[in-house]
Design a protein around this ligand. Sequence first.
Ligand code: AMP
Ligand code: TRP
Length: 322
Amino acid sequence: MSKKILLSGVKPTGLLHVGNYFGAIKQFVDFQDEYETIIFIADLHAITTVQDKDLLSKQIYDIAVDYMACGLDPEKALIFKQSDIPEVSELAWYFNCITTVPYLERAHAYKDAEAKGREVNMGVFDYPILMAADILIQDADVVPVGKDQKQHIEYARDTAEKFNRVFNTDIFKLPKEMIVESLAVVPGIDGQKMSKSYGNVIPLFAEHDEVKSLVMRIPTDSKGVDEEKNPEDMVLYQIHKIFNGSEELFNSYKKGLSYKEAKEKLIEDILAFSEPFRKRRAELHGNRDYVLDVLKKGGERAKARVEAKMEKVRNAVGVKLY
Ligand code: AMP
Ligand code: TRP
């Protein structure tokens, strides 16, 4: 039996953080043997916010390096950038034509931007549709993401159903999100969801001094060392358990471990965890020819994968005459 298809992407909008890794990228890596794995760099989505040529190019390159530094193996996973498949944008257009404005107005990301009084560009408004095209064009079965992306996968499913219904076909498969409950929302150093826009992230590749200063900022209460505490209520523990889920750590947070010691141990655990990643990243970063070759070949393969499907789509819509 052929393997099921796992597909996901990350926007090249800056440094990866611990939330990106545990919420999403870890799953890409863990499942790359079990699934046919397709991982891309969502560069078209990034243009909704990154509108600087050199910065975007740099960030695309960095994510390619970061994916491999995290353990994605280009021999197993297909790695490419979204813009190397122009058909994704073409498909998004067909989807746009069957999507209503009120339906897109219900998207959380759009509503949040509106509520904050931001001027919303069409790219932000249409974001879920471009994402549906990414997913559906490759026949994805499962899409590993953090919880913040759940609604987008629902949009992709709805869009597949609608296209199939409107054009009377069964071209599109209905994808499912893959969300690891315990990692669905990784907290940042202030206890809110870890997110670049909240300024509360621990960068995945941070070195000692940065990790130390971030961990020192995690709030703690004034309970004494020997007072009994509920570790699950503490931001410090909520972050720590991601790196060390042992019962021993849990019990020591409950009683007996001072916050100072807990923070020192967290710094140590984060750095021990990320060391192999940082090492691989440093090795790969200077190997530009190799990294670009992986991306370029990946793009060619990814584009070839969608050709037959897009012919069916054009035929279903009625624009294919020869
Ligand atoms: P982004 O940086 O928004 O492109 O996110 C890349 C992936 O990381 C997406 O699948 C997000 O859902 C996931 N992600 C981002 N922040 C977190 C978080 N704090 N907890 C869990 N997953 C996250
Ligand atoms: N919207 C996703 C994010 O912000 C990135 C993304 C774009 C994506 N297209 C996708 C994720 C398709 C999964 C599948 O993280």
